[in-house]
Design a protein around this ligand. Structure first.
Ligand code: KG4
Length: 343
C-alpha cells in the first residue's frame, strides 16, 4: 500500500438500504448493502422501522465492507456519508455513525448529496482499466422512487436540473399502480417482470402535456386507476386476466413519457452523451429504449450496473473521493437534511 493512497469509506442510509463501500484512489474495493425486507408487509417504507433497521445493520455492514476491502480503519483517509435528501431518521443513523467514527479516527468527513451520488455512480471504477466514463457535459436522467429529473452535468460539482416531476416520481407512479393491481412492494421489479410477457400496445393511458422538460405522473396514475375500476365492473377478474398486458402497457407509457423529454433536451442542447441513474434505471423497458435511442440518434449511452441503480454506498464513496481531491470537507456541526435539490 502506497503512503499516498486515498482510501474513502462511504456510508449510505438515506432510505431503506444500509450500505458501506471502500474505494482506493477511485477504484472500488467493496460495496456491501443490507436491504430491509421488513417494509414489504406494509406496501411501502415505514420510516420508524427503517431507522431501527439501520441501527442494527450499520456496524456489521461497515465491518464487512472494510473486511472485504482488506483495509483497516486506521488506513482510511476520510469518511463520506449521505447527508440528504432522505428520511430524517434513516439519515441520522449514517450521519451520526460517520461523525463518531471520523472523530475517533481523527480523519476528515465529507458530506454527500444523495442525488449527486446517483449521477456520479457512472464514475465508479471497478478496476484500474475501467475508464469508459461519460465526458462532461452530459445529460443524466435520474429516475427513482422519489425523483424524476433531467440533469445537465457540467462537472462533478456543477449540475443543473433542466426539468423534474411536478408531482409523483416515475418509481412512485409504478409502485402505486402496482399496489392498485394488488401486486407486492416494491412494484417496479414486479411490473418489469410481468411486462416482459405482455403486449405494450394492449392498452393506452393518458400522457401529460406539459411544456419544457418537466414531468408529471399523477394523471397517469389516476387514469390507470379509473381504467381498472371501469373494466372490473365488466369483468371482476380483469386484472388477473390481463396483468401482463397491463404491466407492459403501463411500463411503455412511463418509458415513452421519460424518453420524450430526454430526447427533447438532448436535441435542444445538442448533447449526445446520455446517462440514466436511480432505482428505475433497472427497468428493462427503459434500458431498451436507451439502446434504441443510441442506435437511432447516435447517442453514447451510460447505463449503470444493477448494483449501482438502487441506493448504494459506492456512489457516495466516489463522490466523496472527488470532494476529497478538492479538499471539500465538512465540519461536525453539519446536520442531516431531509430535503435538498442539486442546485
Ligand atoms: O433509487 P431507489 O432505489 O430509491 C429511491 O427512491 O431513492 O429507487 C426505488 C424505485 C422504486 O420505486 C422501485 O419500484 C423502482 O425504483 N424500481 C424499478 C425497478 N427496480 C426498482 N422500477 C421499474 N423497473 C425496475 N426493474
Amino acid at each position: 500500500m502506497d503512503q499516498k493512497d486515498i482510501i474513502i469509506l462511504g456510508i449510505e442510509s438515506s432510505c431503506d438500504d444500509t450500505s458501506a463501500a471502500v474505494l482506493r484512489n477511485g477504484v472500488l474495493l467493496s460495496n456491501v448493502t443490507a436491504s430491509q425486507a421488513v417494509h414489504e408487509a406494509y406496501g411501502g417504507v415505514v420510516p420508524e422501522l427503517a431507522s431501527r433497521a439501520h441501527q442494527q445493520n450499520i456496524v456489521p455492514v461497515v465491518q464487512q465492507a472494510l473486511q472485504q476491502a482488506g483495509i483497516t480503519k486506521e488506513q482510511l483517509s476520510a469518511i463520506a456519508f449521505t447527508r440528504g435528501p432522505g428520511l430524517m431518521g434513516s439519515l441520522l443513523v449514517g450521519v451520526s455513525f460517520a461523525k463518531g467514527m471520523a472523530a475517533a479516527l481523527g480523519i476528515p468527513m465529507i458530506d454527500v448529496n444523495h442525488l449527486q451520488g446517483h449521477v456520479l455512480a457512472h464514475f465508479i471504477k471497478e478496476n484500474e482499466d475501467d475508464n469508459d466514463k461519460p465526458q462532461y457535459p452530459f445529460l443524466c436522467l435520474l429516475v427513482s422512487g422519489g425523483n424524476s429529473q433531467i440533469i445537465l452535468v457540467k462537472a462533478y460539482k456543477d449540475m443543473e436540473v433542466l426539468g423534474q416531476t411536478i408531482d409523483d416520481a416515475a418509481g412512485e407512479a409504478i409502485d402505486k399502480c402496482s399496489k392498485v393491481m394488488g401486486l407486492g412492494y416494491p412494484g417496479g421489479p414486479i411490473i418489469d417482470r410481468l411486462a416482459r410477457k405482455g403486449n405494450p400496445k394492449a392498452f393506452t393511458f393518458s400522457k401529460p402535456q406539459i411544456a419544457g422538460y418537466d414531468y408529471s405522473f399523477s394523471g397517469l396514475k389516476t387514469s390507470f386507476l379509473y381504467f381498472l375500476r371501469d373494466n372490473i365492473q365488466q369483468d371482476a377478474d380483469f386484472i388477473e386476466h390481463h396483468k401482463e398486458d397491463l404491466a407492459a402497457s403501463l411500463e411503455q407509457t412511463i418509458v415513452d413519457i421519460l424518453m420524450k423529454k430526454l430526447y427533447k433536451a438532448a436535441k435542444d442542447l445538442r448533447i449526445r452523451q446520455v446517462a440514466v441513474a436511480g432505482g428505475v434505471s433497472a427497468n428493462s423497458g427503459l434500458r431498451n429504449a436507451f439502446h434504441e435511442h443510441a442506435a437511432k440518434y447516435g447517442w453514447k449511452i451510460f447505463i449503470p450496473k444493477f448494483g449501482y441503480t438502487t441506493d448504494n454506498a459506492a456512489m457516495i464513496a466516489i463522490t466523496g473521493y472527488y470532494k476529497f481531491m478538492d479538499g471539500d470537507f465538512c465540519s461536525m456541526d453539519k446536520p442531516a437534511y431531509s430535503r435538498v435539490t442539486l442546485q
